[in-house]
Design a protein around this ligand. Sequence first.
Ligand code: NI
Length: 254
Amino acid sequence: MFFDSHAHYDDERFDADRAALLDSFKQNGIDYVVNIGTNLETSQKCLDLCEKYDFVYAALGFYPEDVDGIGEDDILKLEKLCRENKKVVAIGEIGLDYHQNNTPKDTQMYWFERQLQLAEKLDLPVAIHMRDSTKDTLDILQKSSVKTGVLHCFSGSCETAEIALKMGFYISFSGTVTFKNAKNVAEAAKIVPDDRILIETDCPYLSPEPNRGKRNSSLNLKYTAAKLAELRGTTMEEIAYITSCNAKRMYNIK
Ligand code: NI
């Protein structure tokens, strides 16, 4: 039923019950998960999960806060991991984060562009992290030759969504769409076409209402889907169906 397009099950907050949780997914209607890397170490953990679970796929990359101090040799290692593993379906999560701002902007931009080149070379879509950096992120994406990807955990305006849609990108909504103060996100969730919308948890972060503040997991996708259904005037089942079809198309999963 559900395709969780962005999750971090390698996170230590799942150490105590990871196997029991993931083993329960099939009976709870969670059909696919893309686990997202943030550096070489977590990318390797993504691959370990892919090997254990047939329904887990991986996106590998360096998160904007994890690019400080990396070098070209790290990009080569990343490329090797991607080439050697059939379950790598995207480069990500990559992008720009000016909110935390621990890493200089020009360093973030350099490695973002470098990883976009890698995605183009490997013909993979990209999973984009963009926080307080809309203009620079969209400018860099527009200049790059990547064909498609997803703006993950979308929190921007309708205008931003429309620019990304024109570029051939998908828009993914997380639990934030259920938050009462997220008016912008709710408006954007109404205008994304049926063939470009994705759903995600970004777990262990961003649990939707009514579980806000607790550890998140794919079992909470139903709350996010119900909210999207309400906003778009459809059913939760329909949201589950279209977001699964879209995620399979974007990540090129047969
Ligand atoms: Ni994430």
